[in-house]
Design a protein around this ligand. Structure first.
Ligand code: BGC
Length: 495
């Protein structure tokens, strides 16, 4: 205990200018945790009856789409080394562990008529060990590993998926609900819908810029709501848990005070964050999304808007399906206006519908192009979410720093996380935002999707060259351990 504390002081005073950090304690029940996801760490891709999913298929079929043709067939080998992971978590001292269940490990062909008890046992063992370690599991049902059967049926374009997702969720509530009291239905629909079904930069690699993202968002919302209602009606009373969805967004800052930049930034937020959050927290798509897509669809000659219109029944089905707000965030962009809604009519495109353009300040510290150290953007984002989505309790379910080296002496990660935590405390104490938890992405260096193993976000280094996948805590691990122990970012904290 004393050793950790001294190390904490040493590291915090060496790497951070602690005078700029908030000196409040974390509120009494505030939770500090760490996260991973099934495909990124488990490996065991075809073991013990697991079925094939979309990312297995994608990495095996299109190796050229992944840096150095990497796959996650073995990844961190957590399918075999989960006990070591739980020990690391216990040592770190986290209150919660955000992890995901691999749908096709539980239901090999995706449907609930064939349950793989070996898969069930794998997760039950983890939940039991977490319970023993006094760590609360926060469990995501879907972190991008769609069973291949549904992928072949059109994946997230097909509204039938909502029904099947609900059935899968029911199986998980039934088998794991005794241990799991915090459920997350789906991870980051915007990453999936933009990357997978509009731009084609993630699995399944579909390029449908005009309709893909909207149809995918629509099916995600229906699937999420269906899993929520099943929990609400059939399990909540007996299991006394809660459930939400993870929504991801950076902060969209107007590039200047001009009216056009201020309104472009708002439209950006509507198209990136609001498109998923508004139907759940306020009902229906954001008005700017409805208007822009309708107007451009009309000018492009479509008989109706490319945005699926939500019926009143669907609006009611989706609205209110969240017990708290789960937010993943990594960066900030400056936003300025791009094309006008009635300009550049030609190929239908989500980007042209949005009509904004974005850039980053080159002076913002960054090791990879999508994470920048902009803590004030994080604070503004928290305030915005709180004010625009009905004052929800906000839980940060992912935030972290990516580097290319994976070095143990990860000063930049410590600086980033400490400054983001400080901004979070500012949002709480100064802006009155009800933010109740923070989760570092990630516990382990892991398979970073199309970046393979080239980008590292772990508090723990994993040696992907060693058969043993040797885990070594980085300096950030020891620093975070100190923060958790002290519940404070600087040497002396006030209440
Ligand atoms: C995803 C994680 C991913 C992380 C860093 C998030 O978008 O949920 O799976 O590893 O970003 O890229």
């Amino acid at each position: 205990m004393y050793r950790t504390f001294v190390l904490f002081l040493l590291i915090s005073s060496t790497y951070c200018d602690s005078s700029t950090l908030n000196n409040h304690h974390f509120p009494k029940n505030f939770k500090l945790g760490a996260a991973t996801a099934a495909y990124q760490i488990e490996g065991g891709w075809n073991e013990d009856g697991k079925g094939v999913h979309m990312w297995d298929w994608y990495t095996h079929t299109f190796p050229e789409k992944i840096k150095f043709n990497y796959t996650a067939d073995v990844a961190c080998d957590s399918y075999h080394k989960w006990e070591e992971d739980v020990k690391l978590l216990k040592n770190l001292g986290v209150s919660h562990y955000r992890m995901s269940i691999s749908w096709s490990r539980i239901l090999p062909n995706g449907t609930a008529n064939n349950i793989n008890l070996k898969g069930v046992e794998y997760y039950l063992n983890i939940f039991k060990a977490l319970k023993e370690a006094n760590i609360e599991p926060m469990v995501t049902l879907y972190h991008w590993d769609l069973p291949i059967y549904f992928h072949e049926m059109g994946g997230w374009y097909n509204p039938l998926l909502a029904k099947y997702f609900g059935e899968y969720a029911r199986v998980c509530y039934k088998y794991f609900g005794e241990y799991v009291k915090t459920w997350i239905t789906i991870n980051e629909p915007q990453s999936t819908c933009l990357g997978g079904y509009a731009e084609g930069t993630k699995a399944p690699g579909y390029i449908h810029m005009g309709e893909g993202l909207y149809q995918c968002a629509y099916v995600h919302l229906l699937a999420h709501a269906s899993a929520y209602h099943i929990y609400d009606k059939e399990f909540r009373e007996a299991q006394q848990g809660r459930i939400s969805i993870v929504i991801d967004s950076g902060w969209a800052e107007p590039a200047s005070d001009s009216d056009s930049d201020v309104s472009a930034a708002q439209v950006e937020r509507d198209f990136v964050l609001g498109i998923y959050a508004n139907p759940i927290y306020n009902g229906d798509w954001p008005q700017a999304v409805i208007d822009n897509v309708a107007q451009r669809s009309y000018l492009e000659g479509f008989p109706k808007s490319r945005l699926p219109q939500l019926t009143q029944e669907e609006i009611d089905f989706i609205n209110g399906t969240s017990d708290f707000f789960c937010l993943n965030t990594y960066s900030t962009n400056y936003i300025t206006s791009g094309n006008k809604v009635n300009e550049s009519i030609g190929d239908p495109s989500y980007y042209l519908d949005k009509g904004t353009s974005s850039f980053v300040d080159p002076s913002w510290p960054s090791d990879v192009q999508w994470v920048h150290l902009v803590p004030w953007g994080f604070r503004k984002l928290l305030k915005y979410v709180y004010e625009h989505f009905n004052h929800p309790e906000i839980f940060v379910t992912e935030n972290g720093w990516a580097d290319l080296t994976g070095q143990l002496n990860d000063t930049n990660r410590i600086t980033y996380i400490s400054e983001y935590l400080s901004a979070l405390l500012d949002a709480h104490y100064e802006d009155g935002v009800n933010v109740t938890g923070y989760t570092v992405w990630s516990l382990l260096d892991n398979f970073e999707w199309t970046n393979g193993y080239t980008q590292k976000l772990g508090l723990v280094q994993v040696d992907f060259q060693s058969e043993n996948r040797t885990r070594t805590p980085k300096d950030s691990f020891k620093w975070y351990q100190g923060v958790i122990e002290k519940r404070c970012l600087v040497e002396e904290c006030i209440e």
